[in-house]
Design a protein around this ligand. Structure first.
Ligand code: C5P
Length: 405
């Protein structure tokens, strides 16, 4: 399958912020994926990074001025605006977001944004207080109304010493999201139901049984499906993640609750993707009060939870079903066995344990169906999810047309 970025024209706009130092890495990654890149710097950006650096990594003259006769005779703002398949502004400062929201055209980058019909994507980076300021938030709402995509910001330590939302999203993830924006809408109008995250099986009001699932792979899969044009419902156990844009989130806690939420919606979905790490067992009883440590030993009696995935494939009109298999040994053999036993259309198997897969930002998957196995990744989870969705879409459409004929 061709990379969504291959031969694509990407204008990278850089505005004045300390995160500008990360952009040569972004440009390098885009070119590695086959994209052609032209860089535009605002006047403030040149205080943080030199045009020469970006010229070296992009392989082309960098554009800084709107009214530069030399530039206008070559690739001026209108040519750049027409040339672009996508415009990515990273880092996007609060000032730039405000000017973009209000239609300013007082420098090369804002003018180019006004003149282009390409998708504009902004990756904001700023102090957390500036990000949370109601005026910045109001500007973002305007940008969203104008179909400008917003990537991030990430939460964490900031250059100014603060901690909070405002960090530039990792260049690898920006690249993955740009690829998403450019990829074909292979699931346009298709309903996709996804389970994600761990479940929590209460022992008493303060304790419970759970696992290491962070929900990242499920949320990335939901984001990729939405980007491919699907109507996505994400049924999620407890995670620390924000739901992706344009995805309906149904938060649940225990496996039985997740099962109920799936049953309520399964009749209306075309594709079901079970990514959640569902607890196989729950305590027989949940103590009403916190259990006291009176005894030197205690026994916890467990009972099987419903197998959500198996309950879906057992239905007469089961949707196209994808199951995940997290294995610590004999990955392929166990996954193939699961494919047959649960009558799943496609298994995405990953090796877990020793810090692999759970909680990490990268992953690798073996996709297994009745026709054999293929490997995808290792790659950032968002990128991997995009490939996974493309593979699912191909198989879903093939199965649907085989059933029609
Ligand atoms: O058989 P095993 O539990 O390893 O299968 C894993 C797959 O089944 C995952 O896709 C997981 O989301 C799903 N599953 C489920 N309900 C359960 C247990 C697992 O849907 N109770």
């Amino acid at each position: 399958m061709t990379d969504a970025l291959y031969n694509k024209h990407v204008v990278v706009g850089i505005t004045g912020g300390i995160a500008a130092y990360k952009i040569p890495d972004l440009v390098r990654r885009l070119r590695e994926r086959g994209a052609e890149v032209r860089v535009v710097l605002t006047a403030n950006a040149t205080q943080f990074i030199t045009p020469l650096t970006l010229q070296a990594v992009s392989g082309h003259t960098v554009h800084c001025d709107l009214l530069d006769p030399a530039a206008e005779s070559g690739m001026g703002h209108i040519e750049l605006a027409r040339w672009a398949d996508i415009v990515c502004v990273a880092p996007a400062s609060a000032n730039f977001l405000a000017r973009l929201a209000h239609g300013f055209g007082d420098d090369l980058l804002t003018t180019l944004c006004l003149a282009t019909t390409a998708q504009i994507v902004v990756a904001p980076a700023m102090n957390q207080q500036m990000w949370q300021n109601s005026r910045t938030q109001a500007n973002l709402a305007i940008l969203q109304q104008h179909s400008i995509a917003i990537i991030g910001p990430a939460i964490g330590d900031q250059a100014c010493g603060d901690t909070g939302p405002g960090r530039l999203v990792d260049p690898a993830d920006i690249v993955a999201q740009l690829a998403d924006s450019l990829s074909a809408r292979t699931l346009e109008g298709i309903s996709v139901l996804i389970t994600a995250g761990p479940t929590w099986e209460a022992i008493d009001p303060v304790r419970g049984l759970t696992n290491h699932s962070s929900g990242k792979m499920g949320y990335a899969t939901a984001a990729a499906a939405a980007n491919a044009g699907a109507k996505v419902t994400l049924i999620s156990g407890p995670t620390a993640l924000a739901p992706p844009a344009e995805v309906t989130l149904v938060p649940v806690t225990a496996a039985r609750e997740m099962h109920g939420a799936v049953q309520d919606r399964i009749d209306h979905c075309d594709i079901f993707i079970a990514v959640a790490a569902v607890a196989d067992y729950r305590p027989v009883r949940k103590a009403r009060q916190k259990i006291k440590k009176n005894e030197s030993r205690m026994t916890l009696e467990l009972i099987r939870n419903p197998d959500i995935l198996a309950s879906v494939t057992a239905r007469r009109n089961a949707p196209f079903t994808v199951g995940f298999a997290a294995e610590t040994s004999d990955l392929k053999a166990h996954a193939t066995h699961k494919l047959r036993r649960k009558r799943i259309d496609l298994i995405a198997a990953n090796a877990v344990g020793d810090g692999i897969a759970f909680g990490s930002d990268t992953n690798a998957l073996t996709l297994i169906d009745n026709n054999g196995a293929i490997e995808i990744g290792p790659a950032p989870k968002l990128e991997l999810a995009r490939t996974l969705i493309a593979e699912i879409a191909e198989r879903y459409h093939a199965k649907a047309s085989a059933q029609d004929s």
